[in-house]
Ligand binder design. Structure first.
Ligand code: SAH
Length: 398
């Protein structure tokens, strides 16, 4: 029996980005869809002349109407396909030495690992996944089996709750997929510290793995000084800095839940007596501290994503400017500001401009002494610049 193949026929010339291996097909590039694929179905993408361009996952609710699985007409999309892609992703982390013992790392970073919409993070013996597009949602059971098989964790847990799922017409899902329920806090080791990750109730998949390496760099600069960790979550920057020899750290975070984990984590690392925990909005707290004349040797600003879409660039930029102005004003003469943005829509050049504006308003001179970005387990596929989202500036502030 021959199965009818669902097809996407592109408009004339709209195959160009695909020929450069960009994996997204926007609704506006499509002339017509043949054989009524359902959400997540594999479709063949053909150019205006009917020539094969790619095999992709169909997503009827999304503006990104399809995401490419493969540009190779000879490569079927089946369990073996997912096995090959996962093995490649795991091998690349293994080659970087990121899979040891009870460490944590991002195993799969979606489009950049050839698996659009799939996030898989490993925390010691547990893997936590997010299925953020219709295509990976369709293959979730197979992917869960493969992760069990290839990674060998105690359990695979799902945290598919990001707003990205709404755009794909998918609802939020959270729960155990395979193996054993994770404990309330999974203990992870990294950079000489012990970290407690609540994979069930924590933010994202439980932790911000994208800052693991940057925390160690900031820790080096914080030795011997007083640190302010603004938007601390569970205190990754503060605790790494204290372990690296900082004298004291003040953590400011609006989530009381996150701060409770931070307290236990500080205890576990023997640095609790050098921490101050402030459950408050960074904007209010930093303003109050500025008025009170409080100053620090090193200030870390790691806010949540302020810009979620292109139409929020202006309002989000104001948010970044406000918080950077406050941060700069709290740095002692000759101290350091480590400031981050995880908004993909704010590129490195714009971020630098925003921080320059903040320095003007704060009446402080600042020099960039280092630029930081996302780590090797959050790679950027060379044809997919959208994967690049995290940037940081380390500034000497006079
Ligand atoms: N620096 C952290 C990650 C920060 S994520 C780490 O290294 O792990 C951003 C954090 O900011 C989240 O924990 C969120 O709860 C918190 N947050 C968001 N808005 C805030 C606000 N206005 N004031 C204080 N914290 C805020």
């Amino acid at each position: 029996m021959t199965r009818t193949v669902a097809k996407i026929h592109l408009k004339g010339g709209r195959e160009k980005s695909l020929l450069r291996k960009h994996p997204w097909i926007f609704s506006g590039a499509i002339e017509r869809v043949e054989n009524a694929p359902a959400s997540g179905d594999t479709v063949e993408v053909v150019d205006a002349g009917g020539k094969f361009v790619a095999r992709a996952a169909f997503s009827p609710a999304s503006q990104i109407r399809a995401r490419v699985w493969t540009f190779d007409s000879a490569e079927p999309v089946d369990v073996d396909f997912f096995r090959r892609r996962l093995v490649r992703a795991l091998d690349s982390r293994g080659a970087l030495g990121l899979l040891g013992g009870s460490t944590a790392c991002r195993l799969v970073f979606a489009e950049s690992d050839g698996l659009p919409g799939l996030i898989a993070d490993r925390y010691a013996d547990y893997v936590v996944c997010q299925f953020l597009a219709a295509g990976v949602e369709r293959w979730r059971e197979e992917i869960a089996d493969l992760l069990m098989d290839l990674v060998g964790p105690r359990g695979v847990y799902e945290r598919s709750e990001a707003s990205a799922r709404k755009k794909e017409g998918l609802t939020s899902q959270r729960g155990l997929l395979r193996g054993a329920e994770p404990p309330a806090e999974v203990e992870v080791e990294a950079g000489g510290g012990r970290w407690l990750v609540d994979v069930v109730n924590g933010q994202k998949t439980g932790a911000y793995l994208d800052q693991q390496r940057n925390r160690l760099r900031v820790a080096e600069l914080a030795a011997g000084g007083e640190l302010l960790d603004a938007f601390s979550y569970t205190g990754g920057f503060a605790i790494a800095a204290l372990l690296g020899g900082a004298n004291s750290a003040t953590l400011v975070e609006s989530s009381a839940e996150a701060l409770r984990v931070a307290e236990r984590e500080a205890e576990a690392n023997g640095v609790a007596e050098r921490c101050r925990f402030v459950a408050a909005s960074v904007f209010d707290e930093l303003r109050a501290q500025r008025e009170a004349g409080r100053r620090y040797d090193l200030v870390v600003l790691d806010p949540p994503k302020f810009v979620h879409s292109a139409d929020q660039i202006n309002s989000g930029s104001r948010g970044y400017k406000d918080v950077n102005m406050l941060g700069l004003q709290l740095v002692r003469q000759g101290g350091v500001l480590a400031t981050f943005s995880c908004s993909g829509h704010v590129d490195a050049a714009l971020f630098q401009k925003i921080v320059a504006g903040a320095a003007l308003d704060a009446r402080r001179d600042a020099q960039i002494i280092e630029r930081l970005s996302q780590p090797a387990d959050h790679p950027v596929a060379i044809e997919f610049p959208e994967a690049e989202y995290l940037k940081g500036l380390i500034l000497r502030v006079h």
